[in-house]
Design a protein around this ligand. Structure first.
Ligand code: FES
Length: 83
């Protein structure tokens, strides 16, 4: 395995990496809107398909103080229950 973690791009429209989003949440973003404002993720021309990933990241952090290794996309509009 490589020693470096590959940067995962969460928002393809605006090329926003997972790192950037995690940082914004650590810095205090508590809603999706705050993530949109501080990172520009979620407000690109696709209409926000990456929100399915932003929401579970935010949710996980607010609940557990940590980000999931693997982001489970929220396709239903409901939080994924598998904690
Ligand atoms: S992928 Fe994030 S707004 Fe399009």
């Amino acid at each position: 395995m490589g020693s470096k973690k590959k940067t995962e791009i969460i928002c393809r429209c605006n090329n926003v990496s997972r790192e950037t989003i995690e940082q914004a949440i650590r810095d205090g973003a508590q809603t999706l809107n705050e993530i949109f404002d501080s990172t520009t993720a979620g407000v690109g021309p696709c209409g926000g398909s990456c929100r399915r990933k932003l929401a579970p990241m935010l949710d996980s952090y607010l609940k557990t103080g940590a980000f999931p290794d693997k982001i489970t996309e929220d396709r239903t509009g409901k939080p994924d229950k598998k904690v």
